[in-house]
Design a binder for this molecule. Structure first.
Ligand SMILES: Nc1ncnc2c1ncn2[C@@H]1O[C@H](COP(=O)(O)OP(=O)(O)OP(=O)(O)O)[C@@H](O)[C@H]1O
Ligand SMILES: [Mg+2]
Length: 278
C-alpha cells in the first residue's frame, strides 16, 4: 500500500556531551535534561507526530561499552539496559511537561545486513500518526553473523529516514557550534558540507579521547554523511539548555537566526527534490 505524503519529520538528537561527562559512570546534569525536555516538548506541541528525540549515550552509553570482551559476541548488550534507563529519564522529563513521549527500543526495529541497516518501522510510524513523541537512543543491534553490534546514537536518524515516507530533517544539538574549520582553537564554523565531497570537513576533525566510544565529531560526520546521502537534511548545532525554544527548526533552515545555524550536511544530488517538501 502506498503511504500518504507526510510533511517533514524533525529528528532532534541531544548530545550526551551536553548533559553528562562521558568519563563518568551514569552521572547526569538533571537541570540540562530538563532544559532540553522543555524545548523538545514545546517543539512536539507545535508539530504533533512530527518530532522524534534521540538521546546521545553520554555517561550512560559510553560507560556501558568502554571495555568489551572481544570473545563475547553479545558483549554490547549492557548498552541496551544503560540507554533504556536514559530513555526513561527523558520520557519522564518530557511527560512532566505534557509531551506524549514513548521510549522505543531500537534493537527491535533494526538489523545490520550486508546491504546496510534494515529497518521495520511500521509501529513507530503508527505512533507518530497517533501524535506520540518517540524517544530513541543507540542500541545493541543484531548483525548477519548473529552477534550484537553497537548502533551509535549518531546513526539512529538513519532509522527515521527509512521509516518516514516524507522528508526528514536531523538536528544534532552538541557542545560546539558546528564543525569548526580551524581545529580546537578556532571559531569559524564550516557552514555546509556536501555529503558527496566531505573531505575538507574530515580534515578539520581532531582526534578523539579514547574514552569517547562515539569517536566524537568524526563519528558524527560519518553518520551524517550517510544519512544525508539517504536524503535527510542534517544539521550540527550548539545546544543551549536555557534557550527559549527550538521552534525555529520548523522554518526553512535559511531563515534560522545566524547564531543558531551551525554546520548543514546535505547531499547535492538530492537538493532539488527537497526544495518544496516542507
Ligand atoms: N572540527 C571539529 N569541530 C568541532 N568539534 C570537534 C571537531 N573535531 C573534534 N571535535 C570534538 O567533537 C566533540 C563533539 O562530539 P561528541 O561526540 O563529544 O558530542 P556528542 O555527540 O554531542 O555527545 P555523545 O557522543 O555523548 O552523544 C566536540 O566537543 C569536540 O571536542
Ligand atoms: Mg558523540
Amino acid at each position: 500500500m502506498t503511504q500518504p505524503y507526510r510533511p517533514t519529520l524533525m529528528v532532534v538528537k541531544v548530545g550526551g556531551s551536553l548533559f553528562s561527562d562521558k568519563r563518568e559512570h551514569r552521572t547526569l546534569r538533571q537541570g540540562v535534561i530538563e532544559g532540553f525536555a522543555r524545548q523538545v516538548a514545546d517543539l512536539a506541541d507545535a508539530a504533533p507526530g512530527r518530532v522524534m528525540l534521540v538521546s546521545g549515550g553520554g555517561s550512560f552509553g559510553h560507560a556501558a561499552v568502554r571495555s568489551l570482551n572481544p570473545d563475547d559476541p553479545h558483549a554490547t548488550l549492557p548498552l541496551t539496559e544503560a540507554n533504556f534507563a536514559l530513555k526513561w529519564i527523558w520520557t519522564r522529563a518530557l511527560r512532566d511537561r505534557g509531551a506524549p513521549a514513548v521510549p522505543i527500543q531500537l534493537a527491535a526495529l533494526c538489523a545490520f545486513t550486508a546491504e546496510g541497516l534494515e529497518v521495520e518501522g511500521g509501529v513507530v510510524l503508527r505512533m507518530l500518526d497517533a501524535g506520540l513523541l518517540p524517544v530513541l537512543s543507540g542500541d545493541s543491534v543484531v548483525a548477519p553473523d548473529g552477534s550484537l553490534r553497537i548502533l551509535g546514537s549518531d546513526r539512529v536518524p538513519e532509522a527515521a529516514v527509512a521509516l518516514w515516507p516524507g522528508p526528514v530533517q536531523v538536528v544534532a544539538l552538541t557542545d560546539v557550534a558546528g564543525i569548526l574549520a580551524d581545529g580546537a582553537a578556532g571559531s569559524a564554523v564550516i557552514e555546509h558540507v556536501d555529503a558527496d565531497a566531505p573531505d575538507a570537513a574530515y580534515a578539520a576533525v581532531w582526534a578523539t579521547a579514547p574514552w569517547d566510544t562515539s569517536r566524537g565529531m568524526g563519528g558524527k560526520l560519518d553518520a551524517f554523511v550517510r544519512i544525508a546521502r539517504a536524503g535527510a537534511d542534517c544539521h550540527i548545532v550548539r545546544g543551549d539548555p536555557d534557550a527559549t525554544s527550538l521552534r525555529h527548526l520548523l522554518d526553512a533552515p535559511e531563515t534560522w537566526p545566524a547564531a543558531l545555524r551551525g554546520t548543514r550536511i546535505t547531499c547535492g544530488r538530492r537538493a532539488a527534490g527537497r526544495a518544496s517538501t516542507r
